[in-house]
Design a protein around this ligand. Sequence first.
Ligand code: 13P
Length: 256
Amino acid sequence: MRSFLIAGNWKMNMGPKETADFFGQLDDAVQQEKPGVEAAVCPPFISLPAAFEARKPGSAVKIGAQNVHFEDNGAFTGEVSTTMLNELGCDFVILGHSERREYFGEDDAIINKKVKKALADGITPIVCVGEVLDERKSNRHFDVVKTQTTGSLAGLSASDAGKIVIAYEPVWAIGTGETASPEQAQEMHAFIRKELTGLFGQDVADTIRILYGGSMKPDNAGELMQNPDVDGGLIGGASLKADSFAKLVSIAAEQK
Ligand code: 13P
């Protein structure tokens, strides 16, 4: 069965010092291996070395990046490669976040190249999809998420698809304090799993974790994760403090 994943997306927050402080404050119990729950944080690139240094030896908290380029190396000013992330030991990379789509012009074709590159080099992509408010209001949210899902995952083999994580992040819920209701989340997660079944078959679709993202916090995480197709969270604001991140991991651990 699928394990839960609680992944913190720190966005453009937490420099190296704050990152080291976060790990220093993180409860030991949270860092122990727990059956059925994985935990990860994704600091900014510049804070990744500090995260690896500050993480206690044997800690089960994994570390990921928030983006990666699809080429091996070369003249791509400001970019970072999978080789560099692997040199540090990153387990995850967030790809296709709505902020990258909106502010940095990333489309499904670019995201697809990045997903393939991450998979080829052994880093688990957390692939983000989600509609904006207008699209939901005009009842186009399923179409939008279907297009993003099929576009971002185009050409993947079933065995590669089985390695990815999806994050459903309704853009209207990100950083707004407004959360999708448990029913809205479950409805969309089940829809995504149905699409994954069509693309890669039931067995593979059943293994892919689908996280919810958008104002998830300790207050609402339990009711969201109680849903059969919600396999954890991609969390922004509430992952920045060690105690609230720890609570989210404990809440996931209580679900199974
Ligand atoms: P918030 O949890 O701050 O709403 O951010 C969600 C998000 O975008 C995670 O990737």
